[in-house]
Write a protein that binds this ligand. Structure first.
Ligand SMILES: [Mn+2]
Length: 299
């Protein structure tokens, strides 16, 4: 076997992760498990995604995209596994701020959806220049009077002073949201598209959302809540429902989004490895990492 033989193994997406801090892309684990409305083990997400990346090659034959020249700085995990969402805002923001300043794109691997609020604060602490796009079955506009959870990061950001017109939400599903949340979104001026709109119009919906935010904002954070995917393809997300979008629709959107120069950080949330079946969700999350990087190489 020669040194470049692939008879037993290959150069994998995990091999792109290294300790070169000058890499254009950064990768940070955000193992937030506490504060989920449905208690679970989203804190196991980062280590499971890193392991699943070993099963991904770095080559997309469809577009002849080769990721092997791309370097990714693995910054390790933020020390938030034992913290509730409220207590993790400051430490996660502090870990992210130097990364997003230094790297053109930062991947934040959750953890539950409560990590999205610190991610947005890290990109722009004034909250006036930053846009947020969520691909999510849910608005995450639940009330905050019981504290911060994975069900209210968007509501928390509005209360923090982020303008609603700087937020776009795509992939919302029927009977997975309340009338109250929908009315809050309308009142705040949030750009809203349902999962069915997305299915019907394809990536056009994503382009529209990105254009809307890019016109109004200097930088954009994107929350990829994997519960937006059809539950039959995403057993490892407690909030996923039948009727969600297909994995391919999710992957196409990911690549398109990560090619946009204003997208400076992305998070992957709500992956709970303890619920997974046959590594379906882990391999979907690993493909997401590859699609993020493939999109970035188009810039
Ligand atoms: Mn969510």
């Amino acid at each position: 076997m020669t040194h470049d033989s692939d008879c037993r193994s290959w150069f994998s997406a995990a091999d792109l992760l290294g300790q070169d801090a000058s890499a254009p892309v950064a990768f940070l684990g955000a193992p937030m498990g506490l504060g989920s409305i449905t208690p679970g083990r989203c804190d196991l997400g980062p280590e499971t995604v890193r392991a699943a990346c070993k099963r991904m090659s770095v080559y997309d034959l469809e577009t002849e995209t080769d990721l092997s020249p791309l370097k990714v700085f693995d910054a390790g995990d933020a020390d938030i596994a034992e913290l509730e969402p409220a207590a993790s805002l400051a430490p996660l923001k502090a870990r992210l701020e130097p990364l997003v300043r230094k790297h053109a794109l930062t991947l934040v691997i959750g953890g539950n959806n409560a990590i999205t609020r610190p991610c947005v604060h890290a990109l722009d602490s004034t909250l006036q220049r930053v846009g947020l796009l969520t691909l999510d079955a849910h608005f995450d506009l639940r009330d905050t009077d019981c504290g911060f959870t994975n069900g209210n990061p968007v509501q928390a950001l509005l209360e923090d002073g982020m303008p609603g017109v700087h937020i776009a939400q795509v992939g919302l599903l029927p009977f997975a949201n309340t009338k109250k949340a929908h009315e809050k979104a309308k009142r705040a001026g949030i750009f809203v598209q349902t999962g069915e709109d997305w299915d019907a119009m394809g990536t056009h919906v994503i382009e529209q959302a990105l254009e809307t935010l890019a016109e109004r904002c200097d930088v954009i954070h994107v929350d990829f809540d994997i519960d937006v995917i059809e539950r039959g393809c995403m057993p490892g997300a407690p909030g996923a429902r039948p009727g969600g979008i297909s994995p391919n629709t999710f992957f196409q959107a990911t690549r398109l989004i990560c090619a946009h120069p204003k997208v400076q950080s992305v998070d992957l949330t709500e992956f709970d490895p303890s619920l997974d079946v046959a590594n379906i969700s882990a391999l979907t999350a690993a493909r997401w990492v590859c699609e993020v990087l493939a999109g970035f190489t188009r810039r």
